[in-house]
Design a binder for this molecule. Sequence first.
Ligand code: F3S
Length: 284
Amino acid sequence: MMNIEVAKTAGFCFGVERAIKKVYEQVQNAQNKPIYTYGPIIHNEYVVNELERKGVKVIDDYEELVSLEKGTVVIRSHGVSKEIYDMLKRKENVTIIDATCPFVLKIHDIVEKQSKEGYHIIVIGDKDHPEVEGIRGWCEGNDVTIINSREEAENFLLKSPKKICIVAQTTYNKKKFKEFVEIISKMDYYIKSMCTICSATKERQDEAREIASRADAMIVIGGKHSSNTQKLFEICKKECANTYYIQTLDDLDLSNFESTNNVGITAGASTPKKIIEEVQRNVR
Ligand code: F3S
């Protein structure tokens, strides 16, 4: 009989759950409508579409945000730059609901403080990810470098030698973070490194690695733009060649599992429980 193991850590993390709860509270109680989120509240079309039906609009475009005159803007768990935050605060008829994850807020605090103290900031993360864009925007004088590969770490060079503070995108792969910090530590800088990968991410990655190492096939569920799901997929694929990345059940070819004994399932931080359960039921 097929054995299916679903990761205990699969699905919404604390920060995502908190952000979604805040949007639903606004749907019920907002005095200042319409309600907007700056970017989709999570990387999951299913949840975003449901919220849209309840009147929550997604603003994707910065210019559109700048020209907004009225309403409630929910800042999602990824957070935003100081400039965006201050710009919204200056708008008299706009209410801000800040759903930035506390783990991300902590990084904003660190980089703001350290860059004010003259540290050059290195963020180990994906430069195009909204969380990293937000973090960059809390560094004084934009004195910041984003590193996302071994090569970028090896080529890192500052014109005038400086003190350096290294932080990580919350959902980064811990092994890679350590590897890049090690490379930079061999250079001639004074370095302060803070592993700001959030505990939810670390636990999820460790559990996924462990399940994938025992599985004949592994399913990773999450939005295609979800960085933490992509990382989970990378980790699982290393342990189990038969790893599938899906958004919903529709993406899964169930015939792949016909002669499989042990199937593992994990999911990114923005995957609703409903989807995980549906995949589990159908694979079984
Ligand atoms: Fe926060 Fe970590 Fe989730 S940073 S949004 S708890 S993945």
